[in-house]
Design a protein around this ligand. Structure first.
Ligand code: 5GP
Length: 353
């Protein structure tokens, strides 16, 4: 495992609230339990359960959101999640989260995101490069790291549209992403329970985002839904996540399109969207030279890490260290950040090679 931890890695599919530490979640639930908002023993059982079906995962997210949705907690979680990824040598993290409105806490989608950014700025264990376009600042951070020898992580954000949301709510998220572009927001994600909501509800907001030049990634094919899968592939997003329930025709379309796929092995196996790692589509896509990125999805919910995903892929598909390094390095092409960041990532991988 140690060699995978030491290797520089790029994480492109990580949900903020799914990446929360179990210890933090239990501590927060304990606090709410004392206040009588939740029954702590019930919450503890859900949190500590290891195998979860996809519907159970979404029940857990509802619970996590009860426990986490105030500004201070959002800031704390963001800080911890970034520190955890940095500690295993993730050098570029694209962290996605659903901006939430919570009137009882005086929270708007914008103030939620401001709390997220505050968490990123509060990271103390590594240098965090946050801004998308402020090259001068990036160079300054680089110089400082060179001088102090401290580690650095690039962090960028994707704003998620939840499939429970209306067209208007989705549009609000896209507008927020556009307003926050200079602050490190680099794209849009569509996620949430795949059996809820219609593609046509989100399409106007996604088309608007695309028109404005915001890159988009879609959770695609987590459940069998050929009509939606075809519509999503026709939309030509910059990346898709999962691609588990594809049929022959969808595989052909995907391969022709060359849309990169964010692969989350442990998540797919625990939620039983894929029956076992031996039959995972990673193997076929890798052999076909289709663009792939190994990702975690939800390190907290699925008790994994990006290093553990690399270890699993290496052992399950017989890939040696050099091949895994190449896979990690190739992800540079698929990040949503700009060319100056890609250039710096190239340098990091070149010196690690
Ligand atoms: P948040 O957006 O609150 O930071 O992260 C948790 C949310 O991410 C969940 O409520 C859900 O909308 C989304 N999410 C996390 N994991 C998955 C997944 O495996 N599939 C889908 N479709 N959505 C997910």
């Amino acid at each position: 495992m140690e060699c995978w931890e030491l290797m520089p890695k790029i994480e492109l599919h990580a949900h903020l609230n799914g990446s929360i530490r179990n210890s933090t979640l239990l501590e927060l639930a304990g606090g709410l339990g004392k206040g009588g908002t939740v029954v702590f023993s019930d919450v503890e059982n859900v949190i500590l359960k290891n195998d979860r079906s996809l519907p159970e995962v979404f029940k857990l997210f509802d619970l996590i959101h009860v426990v986490t949705t105030d500004h201070k907690t959002v800031t704390r979680i963001t800080k911890e999640v970034i520190e955890d990824f940095a500690s295993e040598n993730v050098v570029y993290l694209e962290l996605r989260t659903t901006p939430k409105r919570n009137d009882s806490k005086g929270m708007s989608k914008r103030s939620y995101m401001e709390a997220v950014l505050e968490g990123a700025r509060a990271v103390s264990t590594v240098e965090v490069d946050l801004s998308r376009e402020l090259v001068a600042e990036t160079l300054a951070v680089n110089e400082m790291c060179n001088r102090t020898g401290r580690k650095k992580i690039f962090v960028r954000f994707l704003l998620s549209i939840d499939r429970r949301e209306t067209t208007e709510a989705a549009m609000e998220t896209v507008n927020l992403a556009l307003e926050m572009r200079r602050l490190g927001v680099v794209g849009i994600d569509l996620s949430g329970n795949p059996v809820i909501g219609e593609w046509s509800t989100f399409l106007p907001a996604l088309e608007f985002a695309k028109m404005q030049g915001l890159p988009i990634t879609l959770h695609c094919g987590e459940v069998p839904n050929p009509k939606e899968i075809h519509a999503m592939l026709d939309f030509l997003p910059r990346r898709i996540g999962h691609a588990c329930c594809f049929e022959q025709e969808e595989w052909e379309k995907l391969k022709k399109s060359k849309i990169p796929v964010e692969i989350c092995l442990t998540s797919n196996i625990i939620t039983e969207t894929i029956s076992s790692v031996d039959v995972h589509h990673f193997a076929d896509l890798y052999k076909s030279n289709h663009p792939l990125i190994l990702c975690t999805d939800d390190v907290g919910v699925f008790s994994t890490s990006l290093s553990a995903e690399y270890a699993l892929a290496s052992s399950a598909f017989g890939l040696v260290k050099r091949e895994m390094f190449q896979l990690a390095r190739k992800a540079i092409e698929f990040v949503f950040a700009g060319d100056e960041v890609k250039q710096q990532l190239e340098e990091i991988f070149a010196s690690a090679a």
